[in-house]
Ligand binder design. Structure first.
Ligand code: HEM
Length: 501
């Protein structure tokens, strides 16, 4: 039998153990909570955030501006360079200022290399946004796709690929010029888009089509419509219950995507997959993809995924084409800029054809391209944090969508003199083209634009060729306000008159 002392001792032991256990559990819970709260660095602050309203969060703050990114600049002025927003269901952060944007793109680029998971992206890429080159998250497949593309999108000077691209751009420009009737109103967009499409199809796929080939023209229009669509922002991206409102539009995009796939199968690839001998050197990007898939070099890139990558890169012609039509939209109101370009062409090139090899001697024409890109200020494709991290000492949780305010970098009065004006000279120092550090129209780091060199080369060739032969004049009753904040331009847009020089 137990004595009363031993009963008391036993009771005290059990009681003390229970209290200890409870204290330990509490400490454990607190530790767990705090290890979750302190993310990767100690002493992180929560980014400031305006008052939000139910359901839409801060979405209403983005209204009333010509471009949503102007709202980000206003928020930056009021709340600081890193601002937390709740856009409907999506947790977001706006990042202003060059230093912070570089931190997100480069220094911590590997923390912020995913892309948003909008339902719309999924639907536009056959149910899986990972099919897309620009909207997928970072992965080994993306690394492979980017590595394979480099040789074609960044051809090095003095190589065969560069020489071949030079010829293709000259041919593409010549055939676009042949579509213009001087003195008559010209609908430029289809001409430029088909010219760019042929340059891209030739360069990546060794294929060329007649301007009047109905299937080719249809493919160019289909890409253009999709390009317009992916460049739109919709409230439904943040409020998925609104998706039914986009249904008809998305179904239409699905149909266009399938028609493009048929074109690529029937007119671009044809029987090349079957007949390509993997022991031979690929002659173009199509064969590089075929070789990669057939030789089983890596398992992550299937032929299906490869076809999406191919279509995305062919679709790059819409980006250059839309951009170029916008450049003409600027130039038509800037006769003095046209005159300076023509002077440069006359001095450097004379009567022979302009080629992309002339770029280094023609900084003004190059600067016109930069200045148009700056003023259009298209956004950096939003990034997503793939892990808990920080920017400028502010806590950024995994899964947060990052809007990097490129509009601010392109248009800030602190960074540019008279930022609203078209002044190509701002990019020229001592007769040479210079790109200021804060000019980041193509993003940066491992998700940077894969096509910026193509943009510079193709734009130079086509602009040079057009300005060498023509002066761009307004068409009657046409007004030329170039939309900014996106590269995309509506289908029926600017018409011009071209006067032979
Ligand atoms: C003026 C025209 C263009 C502009 C202003 C532009 C700008 C951009 C920007 C800002 C990004 C996001 C970069 C980032 O997240 O850091 C991007 C991504 C991309 N661009 Fe462009 N781009 C243009 C034309 C092109 C063209 C012609 C092509 C194809 C040849 C192209 C291919 C891509 C691809 C594949 C990506 C996604 C890269 C990735 O996420 O890994 N772009 N572009």
């Amino acid at each position: 039998m137990l004595s009363s002392t031993s009963i008391l001792t036993a009771f005290l032991f059990v009681f003390t153990s229970a209290v200890l256990a409870m204290v330990c559990y509490d400490v454990y819970k607190k530790n767990r909570r705090s290890s979750k709260q302190v993310l990767v660095e100690d002493g992180l602050r929560e980014p400031p955030s305006p008052k939000k309203v139910p359901v839409i969060g801060h979405l209403h703050l983005l209204g009333g501006y010509e471009v949503p990114y102007q709202a980000f600049t206003s928020l930056g002025k009021k709340y600081g360079n890193v601002v937390r927003l709740q856009l409907g269901k999506v947790r977001c952060v706006v990042v202003n200022d060059q230093r912070n944007i570089r931190e997100a793109l480069v220094t911590k680029g590997h923390h912020f290399d995913s892309r948003p998971n909008f339902q719309r992206y999924k639907e536009l890429f056959s149910g899986n946004k990972e099919n897309s080159l620009a909207f997928c998250d970072w992965s080994d497949t993306q690394k492979t796709r980017r590595d394979m593309l480099k040789a074609y999108t960044f051809p090095r000077a003095f190589t065969n690929k560069f020489a071949s691209l030079e010829t293709l751009i000259s041919c593409g420009t010549r055939s676009a010029l042949a579509q213009v009737t001087p003195g008559q109103v010209t609908d430029l967009k289809p001409i430029i888009l088909r010219g760019c499409a042929n340059i891209f199809l030739n360069h990546f796929c060794s294929k060329n089509f007649d301007y009047d080939d109905a299937k080719f023209a249809e493919m160019v229009d289909d890409f253009d419509e999709i390009f317009y669509e992916v460049n739109q922002g919709y409230a439904a991206d943040f409020l998925p219950f609104l998706m039914p409102l986009l249904r008809r539009n998305l179904d239409r995009m699905g149909a266009l995507t399938r028609r493009i796939r048929d074109f690529v199968h029937d007119k671009v690839i044809e029987d090349r997959y079957d007949v390509f001998d993997v022991e031979t050197e690929p002659s173009d990007y199509v064969e590089s993809l075929i070789k990669h898939v057939k030789s089983g070099e890596s398992t992550e890139l299937t032929w299906e995924t490869a076809l999406f990558a191919l279509e995305d890169i062919i679709g790059g012609h819409s980006a250059v084409g839309n951009f170029l039509v916008k450049v003409f939209g600027f130039l038509v109101n800037l006769p003095h800029v046209q005159e300076k370009m023509q002077e440069e062409i006359d001095v450097v090139v004379g009567n022979r054809e302009v080629t992309i090899a002339d770029r280094s001697a023609m900084p003004y024409t190059e600067a016109v391209i930069f200045e148009a890109i700056r003023l259009i200020a298209s956004p950096i494709v939003p990034r997503v944090a793939n892990q808990d991290s920080s920017i400028d000492g502010y806590r950024i949780e995994q899964g947060t969508v990052l809007f990097l305010n490129n509009y601010e970098l392109s248009m800030s009065e602190k960074l540019w003199e008279r930022p609203e004006e078209f002044l190509p000279e701002r990019f020229i120092k001592e007769g040479r083209l210079v790109k200021p550090e804060h000019f980041l129209p193509f993003g940066g780091g491992r998700r940077s634009c894969m096509g910026y060199k193509m943009v510079q080369l193709v734009s130079f060739g086509i602009l040079g060729g057009f300005l060498q032969n023509y002066t761009v004049l307004p068409a009657e009753n046409e007004s030329y306000k170039v939309p900014i904040g996106s590269l995309a331009l509506a289908r029926d847009t600017f018409k011009f008159n071209f006067a032979r020089r």
